[in-house]
Write a protein that binds this ligand. Structure first.
Ligand SMILES: NC(=O)c1ccc[n+]([C@@H]2O[C@H](COP(=O)([O-])OP(=O)(O)OC[C@H]3O[C@@H](n4cnc5c(N)ncnc54)[C@H](O)[C@@H]3O)[C@@H](O)[C@H]2O)c1
Length: 330
């Protein structure tokens, strides 16, 4: 993590579960100062401020009007991401926006236009690809170290109670969006996808708690994307979150199971490789994207591609259509 550069003052907008890993990352990032937090639910911003310092903002407007705040992390429920990020950029703040940053391509175009007009960074919080092992995987793929890529797997198995899952909706948009931007980042855009979804353990929720998506990749490679809130994997070879890429001359595997510790927060907070992805992402946002003007590893184009893939998967599921061509925005 880089140590030189201007100090960036950052605010949290939304202080729920995912504020946990961001809060743990903040003290590790050079040139970053915590300004404070806003959350409409009483006690949540207060809890964050108690551990990180800064102030409690009572309204979003107080952050918009605070000239000492340079940037914000938008971690509201999904439906508020776009409107909140637009208001922040209009008031001159850089934004790191949690995934899925928007639900349509048109909304992402809108965010891009607002960032351009304001001269501010709008960076999708695609934290998974900031894991150093995945950056190495991409470099090795690009260098041809694995020969011709033949296959890839991205698997996610973390049990979420119905009470916890209630705030997120179906796993396709909520979790598989990580897989979609990751596959684009690592191996390029899938041409066609075929998807199946199911609901295993929800009694009240009507959305899916499991989904599998098969992708046809460039050069005839195939990828399997799997996300489940229905079961954790306690077996001797656990697939908590696994990325595997195989080629004609080699391959690579990255797994969250390399280390774990007892945690006091969300389902993944005791997994160091997951926590590390937030710190790497936040460091890039502050010390490269904002301070140096570098293009993020996670771009708005990746966010557009991820939505296009999810949309094609939805079409495959809803219409029971088998393979569906992915319609990309550009
Ligand atoms: N990158 C990851 O690995 C990861 C993990 C979990 C969640 N997320 C994403 O983070 C976001 C938040 O998820 P969460 O798990 O923290 O959910 P959460 O429900 O625990 O927290 C959301 C918080 O936003 C607050 N809020 C509601 N409306 C708001 C508004 N208009 N302005 C500001 N705050 C508002 C709520 O009171 C709540 O405290 C979601 O978009 C989710 O998809 C990402």
């Amino acid at each position: 993590m880089s140590a030189n550069g201007k100090t960036i003052r950052i605010a949290f907008v939304g202080a729920g579960i995912v504020a946990g890993p961001y809060g743990k990352a903040v003290p590790r990032i050079p040139n970053l100062e915590f300004a404070g937090a806003y959350d409409p639910e009483s006690g949540r911003a207060e809890a964050v401020v108690k551990s990180l310092g800064g102030r409690v903002y009572k309204e979003l407007e107080e952050i918009l009007g605070d000239k000492t705040v340079d940037a914000a992390i938008v971690m509201t429920p999904n439906k508020f991401h776009v409107e909140t990020a637009l208001r922040l950029m209009e008031s001159g703040k850089h934004v790191l926006v949690e995934k899925p940053i928007a639900s349509t391509i048109g909304e992402i175009d809108h965010l891009e236009e607002a960032a351009r007009k304001a001269g501010r960074v709008c960076m999708p919080a695609h934290n998974y690809i900031y894991a150093p092992a995945l950056q190495r995987a991409r470099r090795l793929v690009e260098e041809g170290a694995f020969g011709q890529v033949a296959s890839a797997w991205i698997l996610y198995n973390l049990f979420h109670s119905e009470e916890l899952a209630e705030r997120y909706g179906g796993v396709l948009r909520e979790v598989c969006v990580h897989h979609a931007y990751s596959i684009v980042y690592l191996l390029g855009r899938p041409r066609r996808v075929s998807a199946v979804a199911s609901r295993v353990h929800y009694e009240k929720l009507t959305c899916e708690d499991q989904v599998m998506v098969t992708c046809e990749l460039p050069n005839n490679a195939l990828a399997h994307l799997w996300a489940s809130f229905a079961a954790s994997d306690p077996t001797s070879d656990p697939w908590t979150v696994v990325y595997k890429i195989l080629g004609t001359k080699g391959g690579t595997c990255y797994t969250w199971n390399e280390g774990q510790f007892q945690n006091d927060g969300g389902p993944g907070w005791g997994i160091p490789s997951y926590m590390e992805s937030f710190a790497e992402e936040l460091d890039f946002f502050v010390n490269r994207a904002i301070s140096r003007g570098d293009t993020p590893l996670s771009t708005l184009d990746h966010a557009r591609d991820a939505i296009s893939i999810i949309r094609a998967a939805e079409e495959s599921i809803e219409g029971n259509k088998g393979l569906v061509e992915v319609q990309y925005a550009n």
